[in-house]
Design a protein around this ligand. Sequence first.
Ligand SMILES: [Zn+2]
Length: 472
Amino acid sequence: MISDFYGRKSTEDGGRSVTSQEDVWRADCATNGFTEGRLFADPGLSASRFATKARADYDALVLHIQSGQCQMLTLWATARGSRNLAGWAGLLDLCRSKGTLIRVISHDRTYDISNRRDWRTLADEGVDAADESERISENITRGKRTAATRGRPAGRLTYGYAREYDKTGQYERQVIDPAQAAVVREIVQTVRDRGSLYGLARSLNDRGFTAPEGGLWQSAHMGRIASNPAYAALRVHCGEVIGKAEWPPIIDESEHYAVVATLREPGRRISRGTALRWPLSAVALCGKCKSGKLRVHRGGPTRTYNCPECQRTSINGDALDRFVRGRVLERLSKPDALEAFLPAGDDAQLVAAQKEKKALEDQMEGYYDAGLSPAGLVAMEARLLPAIEEAKAKVRRLSMPAPLRELEGVDVVGTWDDLDVALRRRVIEAVCSLRVDAAVPGRPRFDMWRLAGTRWTGDTMTWGERWTEEGL
Ligand SMILES: [Zn+2]
């Protein structure tokens, strides 16, 4: 009998790497008089649904079985075969159709899956564990379904509200937080009066109110709060109002629709600043003296940014604004934009969010490893995958520099020119360190190479080095 082995390194294998699995396989062959056949191993790749990389050797194994050359497939444990249940069932079907035996070393058994009982043993492995998880999952889904139909809050607490719990920690109700609710009403009123949201943000900060995610209020918060149906006690599911919520309203429904209409008025700029006019004033470092920050100068016919320290660097204002705007929007449009600008230090909230994400992923991995029934696995995925996605989004959000965090859910690139200048400036400062070198005599006054010393936050290369690499 030829024994072909498939091994994979898994995080849940008690530290048994492919190499040690391989040793066990060789010993298994020696003990039982099997001939060592082909070895398929995909070290380091998770077999779970979270793994996106193709498992090359697994595919080769499937081809090998399909060719009819595989007499016996040896696995360390059934979870090594495929943790994706559909994949596992497919592998069993394939082996059955080709007459391939499956040997599971950890069971010290060889299964002939043309035998119905053997097939069942492998297909239903871990029935007890499945039962247990089904029971847990059933209780949880039942609770969730009830919450949805009764209009109970789900997920993150909305600014303006507090949640009350009984002595055992069970959720009782969502109530109005009077101080925050007053802020919500003030925001709604300001939008309806077409007042300055920038001014309101400043005033809230001056009065010591903390923004929903902590930190300072920005005009970008206002539109989101003013248009949130939750304040009219309307329940939203997937972007649509689906009915009345259980919690008390802060504004009434007609007011909510009125404020939404105001925000949709054409030409309504929800956040236009007045204090600052030029986004790059005091942002770009002078490359000549390396201490001055270029400031707007409007002495001549054109606006320029000049170095107030050495007076040696001057650059066309409109051209610099336009160029930097272009680069920053291009950078923010890339899919990795937010991950790329990691915060400098560690952040307790971020660490907590990362732990939460890891715990959920480990939990799911545990279910994959437990060899649940297909129904059990589907139920656990339905419950955990959305939570994992949410946890990932949270980590992503907390990984953003604070100015980008304020803009979560805002189409930064699409609304860039409507954002107030102060916010645009903070975003620019968060994503890059601008440096403008003095003009080279004989070259045009605006030349992008004068910004060659600029660097994206967290990037080891300068813009100039990147441009050179790109062959510009
Ligand atoms: Zn200077």
